[in-house]
Design a protein around this ligand. Structure first.
Ligand SMILES: [Cu+2]
Length: 138
């Protein structure tokens, strides 16, 4: 386990180069989810590839209500987390609302192959909703 943690740190250090944001997302979602309070449905897409590369990925999150209508005005927070190794990322992604229920998240630095959680908090008014989709990075 200690060796794994060390490898993690080395991988983190090696992946500090930045890439250009790519806003071309595929038509099909990589994954979908429903918030814990069932208020929102989310769809996730990644660029420049789907599933995402280990550095410089952009995430598109589409948020809809239970009736399928776009939801704007959400304060979205995303914490990438590799649960199997108990670590996050060094770079905090910036969320930018794009309208029509779309929000982009960049840079997404999922610097190790494996399963990552995207721990999402959706705040609108006084309500806070949560959803934790997972992404498998090749
Ligand atoms: Cu890891």
């Amino acid at each position: 386990m200690r060796l794994l943690a060390l490898f993690c740190l080395l991988a983190l250090a090696a992946c500090e180069t930045t890439a250009v944001a790519d806003s071309t997302f595929p038509a099909a979602a990589l994954t979908t989810g429903t918030t814990d309070d069932t208020l929102y449905q989310i769809e996730i897409r990644t660029a420049p590839t789907q599933p995402p590369p280990r550095a410089g990925a952009t995430l598109d999150v589409h948020i809809a209500d239970a009736a399928g209508h776009d939801v704007d005005g959400v304060t979205l927070e995303i914490v990438p987390w590799m649960a199997a190794m108990n670590h996050g990322t060094q770079v905090d992604p910036v969320i930018t609302p794009q309208g029509k229920g779309h929000y982009t998240c960049y840079p997404l630095e999922l610097f190790m192959a494996g399963t990552w959680q995207l721990r999402m908090k959706l705040k609108k008014g006084t309500r806070e909703s949560h959803v934790v989709p997972t992404v498998d990075v090749p």
